[in-house]
Design a protein around this ligand. Sequence first.
Ligand SMILES: [Zn+2]
Length: 138
Amino acid sequence: MSTYVYLQCLDHEPPLSADGESGQHLTDLPQIRADLADRARITASIRDGWDAGDHFRNNTARFLASHEKCRIGIRDEYGVEHPTTEGAEDHDRLVSALAALGRVRAIVARSANYGHDDRGLFVVFVGDLRAALDGAPQ
Ligand SMILES: [Zn+2]
C-alpha cells in the first residue's frame, strides 16, 4: 500500500503543498528528514544543476529551492502531518500500527458475514488477519 508524502510550505495560508511527492511510503520519511536537515546544501546543489538521481529527492530539492526561507512541513496524501526532524521513529511506528489496526478492524467487520459454522470461511478470515498483521510493525 502506498502513502504518498508531500512537503508543504507553512508560510502560505493555507499551507501550500508541493506538486511533486517527496516519497511513496512512510518508510521514505527518514530520507526526507535527512534532506530537510541538509536543506542549505541541497538547495545550493539543485541550483548548480545537481541531480539526486532519485525522483522523490529531486522533488524535495526543487521544493526547498522554491521556498528557501519558508517553514516546511510534511503531510501525506491522507492529510496526516508528520514530524520534520529525525528521532521521530516512535511517531512512524504509531502511524504504521494504527494503519494495521484499521486493516484488522475492517477484516473483523467483514468476518461477521462469514458465518459461524463454515470452517472454510474461517480459514479465509484467519488468512486475511495474518496478512494484515504482516503489514504491522515488528
Ligand atoms: Zn513558501
